[in-house]
Design a binder for this molecule. Structure first.
Ligand code: CP
Length: 320
């Protein structure tokens, strides 16, 4: 089946979604990220891979972690990095997304990192860039956030070793979450045998079971004996109605407390993509507790984004 992320040889040339990516490519990214982590741990923080290439960070939506770690990753690969200030750009004067892209191409762009509120924005750009230019999706609407899912997979593999005997629970606002979708596709491709989603009915997309997940509405049942608890934020900016009686009510039933974490395995890890809303989806005692791996996720994100940019840029170079 045609996959716009892959070239004729089946190599990754854009990263737009984890859906449909073969296991060999997910593993290639995780393995390369592991090599970068080892190098950085040994004190080597600069690599010549993207020397002379121009990376443009285009964040049409707010971001702390993704934007900053992409920038650090590109600099570690020796790229020339430009982070466009969207608020001060000509998009505010009505310039279209594709006109902006074509102008940046005219400035010598080699790789675009794009976050946009519109689902499909990164796909659209990938369809219209010149041959040899790579596009990496840094989150589009409620559709996909592939590098977040990949750093989550890296984190799980780091702490648990393997995917093939794990129970993973994804908890919270599944309906509006691009992270949840990308995690489910990646976990499934990597062989995770049991993926659970835990949420109130109002925060679950219809037909989610078709992705192969088990649905729970109760934390005691859903968290029972899981190895990984992946929390999600309530995506208030994507809600256009009343999905919940109140955030207090949500916390009471779905907020991760020490007590509820007690249903999971004793060595279960707790992940969160950030930004966290303490007291809404997660209690501070858990967020700052021994089983939380939330800050290591951020660190791993740099290595994962280095791996992704290196792989797509190298594969695109062959198209020039
Ligand atoms: N996880 C994540 O995407 O965080 P930011 O919105 O801060 O980039």
């Amino acid at each position: 089946m045609y996959n716009p992320q892959l070239n004729a040889q089946g190599e990754l040339v854009h990263l737009l979604t984890t859906e449909g990516l073969p296991r060999r490519i997910l593993t290639q990214i995780l393995d390369r990220a592991g090599e970068f982590m080892a190098e950085v741990d040994a004190g080597n923080k600069k690599f010549p891979t993207l020397a002379g290439r121009s990376v443009f960070n285009l964040f049409f939506e707010n971001s702390t972690r993704t934007r900053t770690t992409f920038e650090i990753a590109a600099k570690r690969l020796s790229a020339d990095v430009t982070s466009l200030n969207i608020q001060a750009s000509s998009t505010a004067k009505g310039e279209t997304l594709l006109d902006t892209i074509h102008n940046l191409e005219a400035m010598g762009a080699d790789l675009f990192v794009v976050r946009h509120a519109q689902s499909g924005a990164a796909h659209l750009i990938a369809q219209h860039v010149k041959p040899g230019i790579a596009v990496v999706n840094a989150g589009d609407g409620r559709h996909a956030h592939p590098t977040q899912a990949l750093l989550d997979m890296y984190t799980i593999r780091h702490y648990k070793g393997d995917f093939t005997n794990l129970r993973v629970a994804i908890v919270g606002d599944i309906l509006h979450s691009r992270v949840a979708r990308s995690q489910i596709h990646a976990l499934s491709t990597l062989g995770c045998p049991e993926i659970r989603v835990i949420a109130p009915k109002t925060l679950l997309p219809t037909g989610i079971e078709s992705l192969g997940v088990h649905v729970y509405h109760d934390m005691a049942e859903g968290l029972a004996d899981v190895d990984v608890v992946a929390m999600l934020r309530l995506q208030n900016e994507r809600m256009s109605g009343a999905y919940l009686p109140s955030t207090q009510e949500f916390f009471k039933h779905y907020g991760l407390t020490e007590e509820k974490l007690g249903y999971a395995k004793p060595d279960a890890i707790v992940m969160h993509p950030g930004p966290m809303n303490r007291g809404v989806e997660i209690d501070s005692a858990v967020a700052d507790g021994e089983r939380a791996v939330i800050l290591p996720q951020v660190t791993f994100g740099i290595a994962v984004r280095m791996a992704v940019m290196e792989i797509v840029a190298n594969n695109q170079q062959q198209a020039r």
